[in-house]
Design a protein around this ligand. Structure first.
Ligand code: C5P
Length: 299
């Protein structure tokens, strides 16, 4: 067994995201859905410890729900980066999971993106930003967002990301009812609900007159219509959050996590106790803007 203590090691935070908006426009020829979204990183994060080894790629995770084989997105990230750069170096990636899996919070995508960032440093690779973004997009539609973090608009299938004015929100409550929703099924269900062809490709427009600052209370998600029809418990979580004092409550990504928007910590804490008493997983979070994201992931 190698002595991991002696090998170069990088610790990296892998933040979760919510979507302030998610507009699905139409199904494209490549099978993906053209969308317009505003992503937001939040303070909940996994911790990754990435070390260089002389052998293959190895994943270790404290959560038995997370596969540690080649289906793990962080594993795929290391493999693709190794192939693209021709390195013969190996890596051990330890993932301390706190973000619920298949929950609409981007946990797997975030792990993959920060694995790329850590390995570029650890393996001392000469690789341009463009190439890293290309590998990230090949790993998944949400992965490129986690290379920049903060508040960013996503277009195309979500992989083309552009930072926008940063949103700040101190009191968000994440609530997960404890079941996974398949992203593929959510999008397929949406396609069946709506007309096959769009009138046109709409330009992205911010949904409020006052720009991004109002996004938390104007949040919306096109996938709710189809996912809530299959999983009424998510609608119940939304109702309970509003009854508990949230100004707004919306499903994140393809679900099943719902985020409630609150305006003070006391009400948020009370709502959290109520949700926990019902057996739901909860986490109180705040937004992490792009500056904080980039300053803290590698510290
Ligand atoms: O890109 P990612 O692998 O995360 O997407 C998972 C699945 O979600 C895709 O295979 C596709 O079925 C669906 N999807 C989609 N349109 C998007 C993003 C994802 O149809 N913009």
């Amino acid at each position: 067994m190698p002595d991991y203590e002696k090998l170069p090691l990088i610790q990296i935070k892998s933040y979760a995201k919510v979507n302030w908006t998610l507009d699905v426009l139409f199904k494209r020829e490549d099978g993906y859905h053209e969308l317009r979204t505003v992503y937001q990183t939040v303070s909940l994060h996994d911790e990754l410890r990435v070390s260089e080894t002389n052998s293959d790629i190895e994943i270790v995770c404290n959560d038995p729900e997370v596969p540690c084989d080649e289906t793990n997105l962080a594993f795929k990230a290391a493999l693709l980066l190794g192939e693209a750069t021709g390195t013969s170096k190996g890596a051990r990636i330890e993932i301390e999971k706190r973000i619920p899996v298949a929950a609409g919070l981007g946990g797997g995508s975030s792990n993959a993106a920060v694995t790329l960032l850590a390995l570029v440093k650890l393996w001392r690779l000469e690789i341009g930003q463009h190439e890293i973004a290309r590998i990230a997009a090949a790993l998944g539609s949400d992965v490129p967002f986690f290379l920049i973090g903060g508040t960013a608009m996503g277009v195309g299938r979500g992989e083309q990301v552009h930072p926008v004015e940063q949103v700040s929100c101190e009191h968000l409550l994440l609530v997960n009812p404890g079941f996974a929703v398949s992203t593929r099924d959510a999008y397929e269900g949406y396609s069946r609900l709506t007309r096959p062809e769009p009138a046109s490709i709409m330009p992205f427009t911010l949904p409020t007159a006052n720009g991004v600052r109002e996004l938390p209370l104007a949040a919306r998600n096109d996938l709710e219509e189809v996912v809530l029809a299959s999983y009424p418990e998510i609608a119940e979580v939304k109702r309970r959050l509003i009854a508990a004092g949230a100004g707004h409550a919306v499903m994140s990504g393809s679900g099943a996590t719902v985020f409630g928007v609150f305006d003070n910590s006391q009400v948020t804490e009370r709502a959290e106790s109520e949700m926990r008493a019902l057996g739901y997983w909860t986490e109180r979070v705040r937004t992490v803007d792009q500056q904080e994201y980039q300053a803290t992931i590698l510290s």
